[in-house]
Ligand binder design. Structure first.
Ligand code: HEC
Ligand code: HEC
Ligand code: HEC
Length: 396
């Protein structure tokens, strides 16, 4: 099974350790962030931009000059555990080492064995472009003091082996909290774990047992199905979650997806949203937009009658505490994920960027409050901010 998974460009795993390392690389989505913009595996060069500038993912192919071909297993473990490069330079937290730190040494070694088998790519990744003082890597010593908790992950003997497996991978290699846990201005975790966070203008859903957003109404089997296919009656993967599903969760083993689901379903409800019903006027304006532009596809609350299009009633993304993802989908449209070359049917939603801020806001409010849905009112100002994300970024 493992031998047939994934990339054409890497050498086929030769032994058990390498095969295990390959599976771990899928859990960690190493390829998702380290594939180059021209799709060279592990060559790096994807930009991660924040107010402080842009950090580019490194070339981590086995090239001795531009990649990590000269690194030892100890060097590699130090990068994963402490965010420090072979040359002693501190890495930025755009590399999610504050999660990878929980990986056991044996897993780091297997991952290292796999990384040595990937094809060398002899091109340098672009240099980071950061403003002072963030341009000084040593600054990350302070970040680590605040946000790096590098204690070895410990199993909870009171819980099942499956729950412990889920806890180990969700909090470690899978770094689900990198998007789903709220962040402070320095990108450190702050707030209830997995209660939902905004990343690059998208709201990564609340994954705790909350209702109506969150996974309160999902069964563990539905969570596992979502991770495999990106589709359930509760939500369809859109935005950054599409890449996570395509490159990582759809390629994991069924056992790992079931373990993740068991762990997530054990998380106690967090952060119930405060809610005031929208005004009658907003609902009527929103309904007019919906009937004119949306109902042709989102026509029913029953899957059989909806022709494969996402169901908006009881949808946990639509009812999210933060409406950013709903607004992004309306402004940008969305294309369903292709999980294999053989896939024949694909669905798409066009962009509605030509609608005014007020129209997008009222349509979003309407779907968040129809058919029994419940979600805060969306204002035109919120839509405007997501349409022009750089307006308030000042310096850059
Ligand atoms: C969310 C995106 C992301 C994911 C996922 C990710 N990385 Fe990275 N990685 C980065 C970025 C960005 C850098 C560069 C950070 C810097 O310049 O300080 C980096 C740097 C590194 C480095 C340091 C190399 C060097 O010489 O600079 C190593 C090693 C590494 N990653 C390995 C991995 C492995 C192995 C995985 C999978 C388990 C992985 N990364 C997953 C974003 C990511
Ligand atoms: C790069 C950011 C990112 C990472 C990493 C990430 N997610 Fe997500 N996830 C999102 C976003 C954004 C959404 C909301 C959009 C959507 O529902 O498709 C989402 C939605 C979801 C949903 C649907 C929840 C709902 O209420 O609709 C589940 C389940 C989920 N993620 C699980 C996971 C798990 C498990 C992991 C770790 C293996 C993970 N995610 C890692 C960004 C991310
Ligand atoms: C041509 C058909 C079509 C039209 C018209 C359309 N949509 Fe969609 N919509 C889709 C498809 C297909 C998806 C899922 C895309 C994917 O899988 O990435 C989707 C996804 C969504 C989602 C995300 C649901 C989820 O679970 O992630 C929302 C919210 C949404 N649409 C709202 C709207 C609104 C509001 C309008 C009108 C302004 C609209 N749609 C018009 C086809 C359509």
């Amino acid at each position: 099974m493992l031998l047939t998974v994934g990339g054409s460009a890497h050498a086929a795993p030769q032994n058990d350790t390498v095969a295990r390392g390959h599976a771990l690389a899928i859990l960690g989505d190493c390829e998702g962030c380290h594939e180059s913009p021209t799709h060279a595996p592990f060559a790096g060069g994807q930009g991660f931009t924040a107010a402080y500038g842009t950090v580019y993912s490194s070339n981590i192919s086995s090239d001795p000059t531009y990649g990590i071909g000269r690194w030892t297993a100890d060097d590699f473990y130090r990068a994963m555990k402490h965010g420090v490069r072979a040359d002693g330079g501190h890495l930025y937290p755009a590399f999610p080492y504050s999660y990878f730190t929980h990986m056991r040494r044996a897993d780091s070694d297997a991952l290292y064995a796999y990384m040595r088998t990937v094809k060398p790519v002899h091109t340098p990744a672009p240099k980071n472009d950061l403003i002072f003082p963030f341009s000084i890597r040593t600054m990350m010593v302070f970040w680590n003091m605040l946000f790096l908790h590098d204690a070895e992950w410990q199993p909870d003997p009171a819980k099942s082996a499956q729950w412990n497996r889920g806890s180990y991978i969700v909090n470690g290699l899978c770094h689900c909290g990198a998007c789903h846990t709220p962040k402070n201005i320095l990108f450190g975790d702050s707030g209830a774990p997995f209660s939902g966070g905004v990343q690059q203008g998208w709201f990564a859903a609340n994954l705790t047992g909350t209702k109506p957003d969150g996974l309160g109404e999902w069964t563990a089997a539905e969570v596992a199905q979502y991770l495999k296919t990106g589709v359930t009656d509760h939500a369809t993967a859109v935005g950054p979650m599409q890449e996570v599903v395509a490159k990582s969760t759809s390629r994991m083993s069924d056992a790992d997806r079931a373990a993740i689901a068991t762990y997530l379903k054990s998380l106690a409800p967090q952060k119930l949203q405060t809610f005031t019903p929208p005004s009658q006027d907003t609902m009527e304006a929103g309904r007019a937009v919906f009937v004119a532009h949306c109902m042709i596809c989102h026509r029913s609350d029953r899957r059989e009658e909806n022709g494969g299009y996402p169901l908006l009633p009881r949808n946990t993304i639509v009812q999210g505490r933060d409406p950013s993802t709903v607004i992004q989908v309306i402004l940008n449209g969305s294309q369903s994920i292709a999980l294999s070359d053989k896939q024949t049917s694909s669905y798409s939603m066009p962009s509605f960027a030509t609608l005014s801020d007020a129209e997008v806001a009222s349509a979003a409010t309407y779907i968040r409050n129809s058919w029994g849905n419940r979600g805060s009112t969306v204002t035109p100002e919120t839509v405007k901010k997501l349409r022009h994300p750089n307006d308030d970024r000042g310096r850059r």
